[in-house]
Design a protein around this ligand. Sequence first.
Ligand code: SPQ
Length: 447
Amino acid sequence: MAVLHLSAPDPHQTLQVTPPAAGLALQGRLRIPGDKSISHRALMLGAIAEGETVIEGLLLGEDPRSTAQCFQQLGAKISDLNSERVVVQGIGLGNLQEPLDVLNAGNSGTTIRLMLGLLAAQPGKFFTVTGDDSLRSRPMSRVIKPLQSMGAQIWGRHQNSLAPLAVQGQALQPSHYTSPIASAQVKSCLLLAGLSIDGDTTVTEPALSRDHSERMLQAFGAKLTIDPEHHRVTIHGPAPLTGQTVVVPGDISSAAFWLVAASIVPGSELVIENVGINPTRTGVLEVLQQMGANISLENERLVTGEPVADLRVKASTLQGCTIGGAVIPRLIDEIPILAVAAAFAQGTTRIQDAAELRVKESDRLAVMASELGKLGAKITEFPDGLEIVGGQALVGADVDSFTDHRIAMSLAIAALGAKGTTRIHRAEAAAISYPEFVETLSHLCQA
Ligand code: SPQ
């Protein structure tokens, strides 16, 4: 059973999870909310395009709401986010307005980093940008430095590396940036800056990161050259965009919680409908299958340029494995839930090359090691990863999300396989990417 408690007087909520009664399995079909990465990009491209963009299946989580709020302040007209079809009246790339107040990206790294690329390339306009406690501690120099090398003027705390940031828009210069990290946010930031630049903007990354920006920019009419062999993409600017209809598939990062839940609760069988299976995001499927998960893809199709399928998952016995190298960017947000899968697997799982997790909404390596450890998992933290010796009996305990949505939900799934009750503090963080998570969890546990 899953119950969310208000823990007055503070604004945080505690989620109390007890495992399903003996013999009760997770069964049925479910739909997950829209993909967060695609939702951000649909709102942003819609706002800077000419004409109308219609978005179906937009994620109503707090992160896309932050993006919508920022682009409304920049002049775009966006209809009620709660309706099935959200309509964005684009204002055209050059017409972003200087906002009257600070742009607040909330908890969202994608919002602030992608938006910076657009703002830096607005000559003569001044912007200030900030975020919540977590976002103000996340590194911004990874986008500020390459933007500065193109002529951007950006100032911030800690030698221009932390928000709040001030941006004085400029006419930027063409460039070729070789990124030391495989990051879709760095790549997308520079491609969005490149939209306004007269000439080519090229980004090369060490491994392929998610390519939703490339797909959507092309659908909106931008000219891109993509060299998959060298993980290189060029945008040929200036590139005016035209409004489109975007149908947002379900988020594979949200589906991952149910893939692991159904794998570890004996007798379970779930069908998760309408999940985006873009190959730059499917590392989690490959690794779970390598661990012995029983997952099959049904009804595969293409929806507005993105591959989609229904995922059927049945309970199975998982085995430990090694996760590292080029697959990491393809499952970067699923590492916390994969650590949970590893705790229930036979043998040892080693997660490596994942130091990026230390600069997400929380230090996800440190937090998973400490909180999963409180439940009794045998887990060791390394500078770039984790080692988990699976098969220890987990016991319910008090744990904390550290206000990180993916940690809150991963711990809730771990609690399904722990003896007794687990209390997850600050669990309201789940609403960043999955507002219906607790409702779905309660429903599945009672069905
Ligand atoms: O947007 P934010 O806060 O950075 O969200 C996270 C998440 O877990 O939801 C990361 F903490 O996802 C990022 C992801 O890790 C979303 C994203 C994107 O939409 O472009 C790309 C990844 O980040 P990065 O730094 O690897 O580019």
